[in-house]
Design a protein around this ligand. Structure first.
Ligand SMILES: [Zn+2]
Length: 499
């Protein structure tokens, strides 16, 4: 209300402040949060700080019913606001009073509170709902995955619409309590720590808690019959993994990979600093999808990731995201390199650790195996556009950019940057620009040309400066060096987002 604040004189100001704002001062919140890649995703006018989801799910019919309680703060004088949601809503209450509601667009739930909401005030929104998620779609697709014994919500950038109402954009992170009742003998897996379970009349309720800010797309739910294993990292972080009882021939390889979570968190801690959350683990449901996803503290793995045997590289990729993507999240979806470039580079570091090819060998191979006229070089990892957001180039050229940065600023500065970044924006959001400025601050070098060349030009950069003896390695007649032994396992991770 700038008009009041600039009113002349204290008396005038206090008089004006005593007068309730007229209805004309209150406007609807925007139907999108302002991300140019996905204009309708998220919403304007408020910030959510906590989601309390109390759900009941019946696997045989895919019926989900629940009550979502959202704690939020308004960021403008609001006459109305949206949530992103697809299931059938029976009642909405805002600050205790019944609100009217309707739907619009592809996934908007428009809520009009009985009383307009002044800017900067806390708001409690209660949404009662039910529905069969597998019957709902937006833009012609669904990311709700049914399985023979349940269902899974894990996808990027959208998965929340099918199971809870939200401000669906990573720039509005919140804590979560997810409580799910399922028939006895079935488990409900979600993020964070399992606070308690209780059984009553044939139903078991699982109460999960995420006590650190978490993006909507990193919030996951899996219902099915699982074997659950527990352990601890060397630093004492509890590890909780879950495996569908229905993994068939992939069961052994899945466990042989995901059971190494604690070891890999220990190893990543050496590069990225202390693990940022109070729980870690992964789950492998009996889905037919092909990708994995860095769902916060509880990584989602498709069984197909293990169809050719164990793959610790994918575990490294998804756990690296816990620092690069989950703790420090992208500010907008154009900043996807902040996530994928570094998760891929962590796989390169793991390859070197395992003696299957150094990061420089992987960089040399990536660079040489894409000729200048390859469409690979037309993708700009620093701003790839929504259609190329999960293109292989965002990963491979993205990691190449990181090797170029390392060669430019030297190992000391580089590893200081790698470990310092999560402390720069803990539990927050950041842009590619923020990362460049941080690397410049640490290294004392101007890095704008290097970032422009490797992340923002739609063409193959001139060959990076050679380091060590790797460029003298044996090459084929096209000048492509030998394929590092880790290459195929790393490339297998590329189905991560191609579902
Ligand atoms: Zn990734």
């Amino acid at each position: 209300m700038h008009r009041r604040l600039i009113a002349p004189g204290a008396l005038a100001a206090s008089l004006l402040l005593a007068i309730p704002a007229s209805a004309a001062d209150y406007t609807p919140g925007a139907p999108g949060i302002g991300d140019p890649y996905y204009p309708a995703y998220g919403n304007g006018g408020y910030d959510v700080s906590h989601y309390d989801l109390r759900l009941t799910y019946q696997p045989t019919t895919d019926e989900l019913e629940g009550t979502a309680t959202l704690l939020a703060t308004t960021t403008q004088d609001l006459s109305r606001f949206d949530l992103d949601f697809l299931l059938d809503v029976s009642e909405v209450r805002v600050n205790g009073a019944k609100a009217s509601f309707t739907t619009s667009g592809q996934h908007e739930l428009e809520i009009t509170p009985a009383t307009p909401l002044p800017k900067g005030t806390p708001v409690t929104v209660v949404v009662r709902y039910s529905g069969v998620p597998s019957t709902k779609s937006a833009y012609g697709f669904s990311t709700w995955h049914r399985t023979p014994d349940g269902a899974v919500a894990a996808d990027e950038p959208e998965s929340a619409w099918w199971w809870y109402p939200s401000n669906d954009h990573p720039s509005d992170k919140a804590t979560y309590d997810v409580s799910v009742a399922v028939p006895d003998g079935t488990q409900a897996i979600s993020n964070g720590t399992l606070q308690s379970t209780s059984s009553q009349r044939g139903w078991t309720r699982y109460n999960w808690r995420s006590n650190k800010p978490q993006a909507t797309y990193l919030t996951t739910l899996a219902i099915g019959r699982f074997d659950i294993t527990t352990g601890k990292t060397s630093d004492g972080v509890p590890v909780v993994n879950a495996y569908s009882k229905d993994l068939g021939d992939n069961d052994g390889a899945a466990r042989a990979s995901v059971e190494r979570t604690g070891e890999i968190v220990d190893w990543l801690t050496g590069y990225f600093g202390p693990y940022p959350f109070n729980s870690v683990g992964g789950y492998v449901p009996n889905t037919t999808t092909g990708y994995a996803l860095e769902t916060q503290t509880r990584v989602y793995y498709s069984p197909r990731q293990f169809a050719n045997g164990s793959n610790t590289s994918v575990v490294v990729h998804e756990l690296a995201h816990q620092w690069y993507g989950d703790d420090v999240s992208l500010a907008g979806w154009k900043d996807i390199w902040i996530n994928e470039g570094f998760a891929r580079y962590a796989q390169w570091l793991w390859s070197e650790h395992e003696g299957e090819g150094t990061t420089q060998e992987l960089a040399d191979y990536t660079y040489a195996s894409h000729p200048a006229d390859d469409a690979f070089w037309t993708v700009k990892p620093g701003d790839p556009g929504p259609d190329n957001q999960f293109d292989t180039a965002v990963y491979d050229r993205g990691a190449l950019a990181i090797q170029a940065l390392r060669n430019e600023i030297g190992d000391d500065a580089f590893f200081t940057v790698l470990k310092g970044w999560p402390k720069e924006h803990p539990y927050g959001n950041a842009t590619v620009e923020d990362f460049r400025k941080y690397a410049e601050r640490v290294s004392g070098k101007s890095l704008a040309p290097l970032f422009d060349t490797w992340l923002f030009q739609p063409s193959k950069p001139a060959a990076p400066a050679a380091r060590g003896a790797s460029l003298s390695a044996a090459r084929d007649h096209k000048g492509v060096p030998a394929q590092p032994r880790s290459w195929k396992k790393i490339a297998a991770t590329d189905s991560v987002h191609s579902g």
